[in-house]
Design a protein around this ligand. Sequence first.
Ligand code: SF4
Length: 351
Amino acid sequence: MSATAACATRHDWSLAEVKALFEQPFNDLIFQAQGVHRQHFDANRVQVSTLLSIKTGACPEDCKYCPQSGHYNTGLEKEKLMEVQKVLEAAAEAKAIGSTRFCMGAAWKHPSAKDMPYVLKMVEGVKALGLETCMTLGKLDQEQTRALAAAGLDYYNHNLDTSPEFYGSIITTRTYADRLETLSHVRESGMKICSGGILGMGESLNDRAGLLIQLANLPEHPESVPINMLVKVKGTPLADEQDVDPFDFIRMLAVARIMMPKSHVRLSAGREQMNEQMQALAFLAGANSIFYGEKLLTTGNPQADKDMLLFKRLGIQPEAREEHDDEVHQAAIEQALVEQRDSKLFYNAAL
Ligand code: SF4
């Protein structure tokens, strides 16, 4: 299949087609993905987000990969919902070090009526700082998605995690249908969707293909597709899973890029375990978004200055936020990134 033919935005992918993409020789797959990527994006720009855990641990869900689940003893220090002011201070720091999007994550089954006013204030405050806003708060109903959209939330993250077939082996406290319903409320409210999954949980190739089919065959592709590598945390049921072959991880990014040509494909959790060569391959395969900063929810993230050094060596520039895609703003971001050398501990959700 030529890159052009593969590039059309489609919502009717079949398992056989997607498996055929995965099973191509590695070089052919990467070449095709890079061709698709260049039709929609500047291949030398990567979007940069910062993630803050606004409420940590004691989650009632039983996601087998997650150190925040209250079902497993991982030694994680629980924290209640952060104060709005502290969140805004963290957002201001994220902006100062060059992030264009600020993502706030809470380990909840769903936000309660009591917590919603605080969450809405956080969205309004972060937005007022001139950052794009993103949240991940668990399951949402229609009223909640509308309230979040009205407060200025740009993106809502809600991952499908894996294929519908494998899902029940990983999570039993929330159904796949629940997840799809939340995504449809998010879309209906006008917000953008961030949704992806995790590799390394013991899933098969069919499951990896099945996850991408679910995402790509939604009525609209998620604007952001995080592809995570399992971070094996002691105390979780998946702590002893086998490592994913790094080339299989890159294949996943490449197939995601081909199937969802206009989406940002995010190289997400697990990046700390990847060497620079693998990260460079990930960008070549079409990944064009990363989390930047010291910590990714409760697991480690490579140091910010290391990231910037890698960008510099690869000739990659950070992408400006959509609403201010002008030269002045871009120059300010680049300046902030170049000057960021003291790598001040940003936020350690695990402390
Ligand atoms: S992944 Fe989210 S919903 Fe699942 S246990 Fe962790 S915090 Fe809770």
